[in-house]
Design a protein around this ligand. Structure first.
Ligand code: TRP
Length: 332
């Protein structure tokens, strides 16, 4: 551990195309944290397989998310980024934690209850998902975990596992703190629910300008503004709230004034937004294009990240095995 720098861990699901919600809500914050902390980030494919999936598609999604994260500015010189399944210690520590986790608490988790309603077969993996998440964090003895509000319960659960294990086998795992609110909560194109792949309401992070326009064009604005000469209310308009991230303050103010006076229509307002998004994300889009042309480089950076993560993971796991009275690996 770098002396004096607290360690951060977070995970992202490889759930298809990254969108503005991912970028403004998490990724941008992850990049900023690398300046101040020792950051370890993982693409959590072992979590992704707890619901039905296609193996080939999963591989592709992991690659796409890696490209997006590197392109958005995660620099392997400044942090560790790796694919969870490349570090087998995650699953091993999860097994150990299984044995200190009461069944009742797992079945009471909100996310489990939500997800289990949407699948045909509820696997033990889906139930144990939060134990694997605890293993992710504690394997690196991370003390800070940047996540969204929806992960608060999983973090509390992680702290409980650490406490239970420490009580039984001796003080070893620190209790991690969630860092909530580092990223912005971004609503989807419907202006109602959080931007998310499953809601089909996203603006792509790596989309070409035409794709960005095609999505922004469909965004819901102030519902009270039906006709062009109806005045609008920027304060209740989700398109206007997105301008905050992509349009400079003076132009934003002008848009607000003209919206209230009905001298700018929603289509023109959306045009400005789409252009702003395209311009701001242009360098990321360009880096992503370059990385996609060199897939070997992406795989190499991930493999290198996994090696560095694993060196830490091995030490933690060995200590946990030792304290639990288990045997060290046969080949070492
Ligand atoms: N469950 C998290 C999510 O859905 C992803 C995740 C897995 C994670 N392991 C983690 C987040 C460890 C933080 C720390 O967003």
């Amino acid at each position: 551990m770098t002396p004096g720098k607290a360690r951060v861990f977070s995970g992202i699901q490889p759930s298809g195309d990254l969108h503005l919600g991912n970028y403004l809500g998490a990724i941008q914050n992850w990049v900023e944290l690398t300046d101040r902390y020792e950051c370890i980030y993982s693409i959590v494919d072992l979590h992704a397989i707890t619901i039905p999936y296609e193996p080939e598609a999963l591989k592709q999604r992991v690659f796409d998310v890696a490209v997006g994260l590197f392109a958005a500015g995660l620099d392997p010189e400044n942090c560790i980024l790796f694919v969870q399944s490349a570090v087998p210690e995650h699953a091993q520590l999860e097994w150990l934690f299984n044995t200190v986790t009461p069944l009742g608490e797992l079945s009471r988790m909100t996310q489990f209850k939500d997800k289990s309603e949407r699948v045909e077969m509820i696997s033990a993996g889906l139930l144990n998902y939060p134990i694997l998440q605890a293993a992710d964090i504690l394997l690196y003895q991370a003390t800070l975990v940047p996540v969204g509000e929806d992960q608060r319960q999983h973090l509390e659960f992680t702290r409980e596992i650490a406490r239970k294990w420490n009580t039984r086998f001796g003080e070893y795992f620190p209790e991690p703190q969630p860092m909530i609110g580092g990223g912005k909560k971004i609503l989807g194109l419907d202006g109602a629910s959080k931007m998310s792949k499953s809601q089909n309401n996203t603006i792509p992070m790596l989309g070409e300008p035409e794709e960005i326009w095609a999505t922004v064009r469909t965004a819901v604005t102030d519902p009270a503004r039906v006709r062009l000469d109806d005045p609008g209310d920027p304060d209740v308009c989700n398109v206007f709230s997105l301008h905050e991230f992509f349009t400079d303050p003076a132009e934003r103010e002008e848009i607000a004034v003209r919206c209230r006076a009905a001298t700018i229509g929603c289509v023109d307002c959306k045009r400005i937004l789409a252009d702003g998004i395209s311009a701001k994300l242009a360098p990321i889009r360009e880096r992503a294009r370059e990385l996609r042309e060199h897939p070997d480089r992406v795989h190499e950076m991930l493999a290198d990240g996994a090696v560095r993560a694993r060196a830490i993971a091995r030490t933690t796991l060995a200590e946990a095995y030792e304290r639990m009275g288990l045997e060290p690996p046969a080949d070492e």
